[in-house]
Design a protein around this ligand. Structure first.
Ligand SMILES: Cc1cc2nc3c(=O)[nH]c(=O)nc-3n(C[C@H](O)[C@H](O)[C@H](O)COP(=O)(O)OP(=O)(O)OC[C@H]3O[C@@H](n4cnc5c(N)ncnc54)[C@H](O)[C@@H]3O)c2cc1C
Length: 350
């Protein structure tokens, strides 16, 4: 490894990999250190949904995040020559008249018109929708395995990706050096921690209110569900090809472990069977842990005492939507002196 000063990115989930892409574009020397076990970005369904269904509100900053995400993933598909970014319609089933009324109310607002379609009273044999259903446009899903494997292969070929467990005790802050477990030393300009929920163990940033929110997902096989739209009510049913569907996801707060549980499987099956009528077979059950934050905003910025230690974490339940734009803003903060959005800046916890 040539000995010029580098940016070390700790963690190669969607957060670290988005940052790496921006650094690569800016020709900033960097390395990614990842321990090789990813249990959030890979397990994620990768759905990009501009609407929060509970209140039929638009997702936080969606008007800026969505166009950036579309641009970012489309360009990345061209660069990596792989196909992982798919457009999809989400069909929300209604169980109560109030939900229909709320949808009809929201659809009058200009901000929502782009996403919510007028309700049509179509009937579907496979769908339980006592009060009909509404379609959400401008939604996408990402084949997370294809994307992460593609990026990891790309950075491994560039010799920028190291599988190693980062050890905080090996940081020599006075000389700006870090030693890999094989003894190799890296001169660093800065270290950016993108460790997902493992950030709970980071001695420099453990004063921040990061939380571990476990989620479980099933992959099921069904011959009678549609492969052209994602269904939603209390759970999502996402078609991923060959009659396979992801069904998710559960939320379990303060749960930093990746054990799958019978309880979560039963919960998902219960929601699934309320939403659709179909025979199915469960072919996979997975768990991951989301890095969430008390105030539901990411944790981004510079350590209050060590200005070469930084954090880019807390992407919560929507990492795939928000990471591309936030990584761009973070790089502009680092190299162009732009201010961070106070809502995401960790200064709010000083
Ligand atoms: C069940 C489930 C479903 C989800 N569905 C969606 C969805 O549909 N759409 C969406 O946008 N988001 C979804 N999410 C949320 C999404 O997964 C997260 O927002 C996002 O993946 C967080 O990415 P990250 O890079 O911050 O963390 P992670 O993906 O957890 O990556 C952190 C990386 O850091 C590495 N690491 C940590 N500590 C160290 C260390 N000491 N040394 C070396 N490496 C280290 C880990 O190996 C890991 O690769 C879902 C999450 C779950 C659990």
């Amino acid at each position: 490894m040539p000995n010029s000063k580098k940016t070390i990115i700790v963690g190669g989930g969607i957060a670290g990999l988005c940052l790496a892409h921006h650094l690569e574009q800016g020709k900033i020397p960097f390395v990614i250190i990842d321990k090789g076990i990813n249990h959030s970005s890979k397990v994620a369904a990768g759905i990009i949904n501009p609407v929060v269904f509970r209140r039929m509100a638009l997702s936080w900053r969606v008007a800026g995040f969505l166009p950036k995400a579309i641009h970012f993933y489309t360009k990345l598909e061209e660069k990596l020559k792989i196909n992982f970014f798919h457009s999809i319609t989400i069909r929300r089933a209604f169980a109560h008249q109030q939900e229909v009324d709320l949808w009809n109310e929201k659809i009058k607002q200009n901000s929502h018109k782009k996403y919510l379609q007028p309700i049509e009273n179509n009937q579907f044999d496979y769908l339980n929708q006592p009060f009909g259903s509404g379609e959400v446009k401008n939604c996408f899903w990402i084949d997370t395995h294809q994307l992460l494997n593609g990026l990891i292969a790309h950075y491994s070929n560039m010799q920028n990706y190291f599988i190693d467990e980062f050890n905080y005790e090996k940081i020599d802050l006075s000389n700006s050096k870090y030693s890999l477990s094989n003894g190799e030393k890296i001169n660093f300009e800065r270290i950016i921690f993108c460790e997902g929920y493992h950030g709970l163990n980071n001695p420099y940033f453990n004063y921040l209110p990061l939380q571990a929110t476990k989620g479980e997902l099933l992959n099921i096989k069904s011959k009678s569900l549609p492969e052209t739209e994602s269904l939603n009510y209390k759970c999502f049913v996402l078609p991923i090809g060959n009659h396979v569907f992801k069904v998710g996801a559960t939320y379990e707060w303060d749960s930093p472990n990746i054990e799958i549980s019978e309880k979560a499987k039963n919960e998902l099956e219960q929601h699934f069977n309320k939403l659709v009528n179909t025979d199915y077979e469960i072919i996979k059950h997975e768990a991951g842990v989301r890095p969430t934050v008390l105030d539901r905003r990411p944790l981004i910025g510079t350590h209050p005492k060590h200005n070469n230690l930084l954090i880019f974490n807390g992407l919560g339940a929507k990492g795939y939507l928000i990471a591309p734009k936030l990584a761009e803003e973070f790089v502009e903060y680092l190299f162009d002196g732009k201010e961070l959005d106070p809502e995401i800046d960790i200064k709010r916890y000083e």
